[in-house]
Design a protein. Sequence first.
Length: 69
Amino acid sequence: MSKTTAQKFGENMKKIRLEKGMSQGDICRELGLDRAYISNVENGKQNLTISTMEKVAKALGVNIDQLLK
């Protein structure tokens, strides 16, 4: 079964966040978003707008394509 874009984005977001030693709380504070929302994103249960994807990429210091691959 192929993964949805939301699932790929969430997995990559979590992997990059952990590689950078950041917690979900760090991302929440950076983006001004709720921790439950971030958790849903990382679990592929939340669809994001393109602007939110761009904010996540900026907060992680990566290009958006790294989160979507």
